[in-house]
Design a protein around this ligand. Structure first.
Ligand code: AKG
Ligand code: FE2
Length: 367
């Protein structure tokens, strides 16, 4: 998945082309209870509103017999109601309610024009620098032929290559949706680029990003989630992101006969995300996606910002290794520091646990 030292073509085996997994569920229904206030039993209605009314009533009866501490232990909802209210406030403030509805209903949503031309140009430049350094060749993004670059390679660990990636990581709209999916405590799992030239080996077969052995059935809530920025135009023949709408409700990884995105046996359920540079697609971690092979000259570049709940092992290492200048730039930005695992309590050595951090671990879906 990393640039081969030798250079140009990186033919990625069909099963392992995406680094995020190679896998849903009865999803939550939005606004089930309406609003973010607390119900009589201390539950935010939207938290339990996604389940059946009977479930709500059963929980209500159960919890009315519990004191607050017991409720917290069993459901983790006590502090979570406030977190959900914060998350929903941000969603409303940013005008994202329809996006949230779409995300819940079909498993993904597109936000147009998130990145400016300046951000797109800087990100592309930084990625291209890395690829050209790895291949030792200049690559013409518009016209590269199969002799110049073919297939797909994954360019990993971009956060510290250029400040632009810190900026993109913190883009408020995608981040607000990610926060709804994974909670305020979520972490960055990886930030990289699927750099794709012409050729049949360039497809990323359909998969859910629930990788690293996460077993089926997947839970209805996201364990991981992704923001995919188009840095170059996306079209089917140009190697666009592919998505199977509604697949987040299947609660499982794709099977061998469902993964293909090329030729006659391409999965007919997959649709092409035709996007302009700067658009962002956010998806639930259970949603099946991949990308089509590129059939035309030139390069397709994405920026894949992959997030995870804080208890999941991240793909990239950030905890304890963030360069000082990056830490200094974000010294007062609690959210950034959390994203790079600065508040992640696990992973101690002889010094043992940091109980203060342990006490701040999330208790529910949204904190
Ligand atoms: O090539 C693409 O855009 C899809 C990449 C992908 O599967 C991911 O970022 O998880
Ligand atoms: Fe993926």
């Amino acid at each position: 998945m990393i640039l081969s030292a030798a250079g140009l073509c990186v033919a990625v085996p069909i099963q392992s082309a995406c680094c995020h997994a190679v896998n849903i569920s009865p999803s939550r229904h939005l606004f089930g209870g309406g609003g973010a206030g607390l119900s009589a039993h201390g539950f935010p209605p939207t938290v339990i509103g996604y389940e059946l009314v009977e479930v709500r009533e059963t929980l209500g009866k159960l919890t009315s017999k519990m004191d607050t501490r017991e409720q917290k232990t069993v459901f983790g909802h006590s502090g979570d109601g406030k977190a959900l209210a914060r998350v929903m406030d941000e969603i409303s403030k940013l005008g994202l309610k329809d996006h949230l509805l779409e995300l819940e209903a079909v498993g993904y949503t597109t936000i147009k024009g998130v990145l400016s031309d300046r951000q797109i140009t800087s990100a592309k430049r930084a990625i291209l620098d890395r690829v050209e350094e790895g291949t030792g060749n200049k690559i013409d993004l518009e016209n590269a032929s199969m002799d110049d670059f073919q297939g797909m390679t994954y360019v990993p660990y971009l956060l510290y290559d250029d400040e632009i990636f810190e900026e993109i990581l913190m883009e408020p709209k995608p981040l607000a949706l990610i926060t709804h999916l994974l909670g305020e405590s979520c972490v960055l799992s990886s930030i990289g680029c699927h750099f794709k030239g012409q050729g049949v080996h360039g497809q990323v077969p359909l998969h859910s990003d629930n990788g690293n052995g996460i077993p089926s059935p997947f839970p209805p809530y996201s364990l991981v989630a992704n923001v995919n920025y188009a840095l170059t135009p996306y079209s089917r023949e140009g190697g666009a992101l592919a998505i199977v709408p509604g697949s987040h409700k299947r609660a499982r990884q794709t099977l061998k006969h469902e993964i293909n995105l090329a030729g006659d046996t391409a999965n007919p359920e997959a649709i092409s995300m035709d996007l302009e540079p700067g658009d962002a697609v956010v998806w639930h971690g259970n949603t099946w996606h991949g990308s089509f092979p590129r059939e035309i000259p030139g390069i397709r570049m994405n920026l894949s910002c992959y997030f995870a709940r804080q208890f999941i092992v991240s793909q990239e290492q950030h905890k304890g290794v963030v360069p000082q200048d990056v830490l200094d730039r974000h010294a007062n930005n609690d959210r950034f520091l959390r994203l790079v695992a600065g508040k992640q309590p696990y992973g101690w050595k002889q010094e043992g646990p940091d109980y203060e951090l342990m006490a701040k671990a999330p208790r529910g879906l949204y904190d």
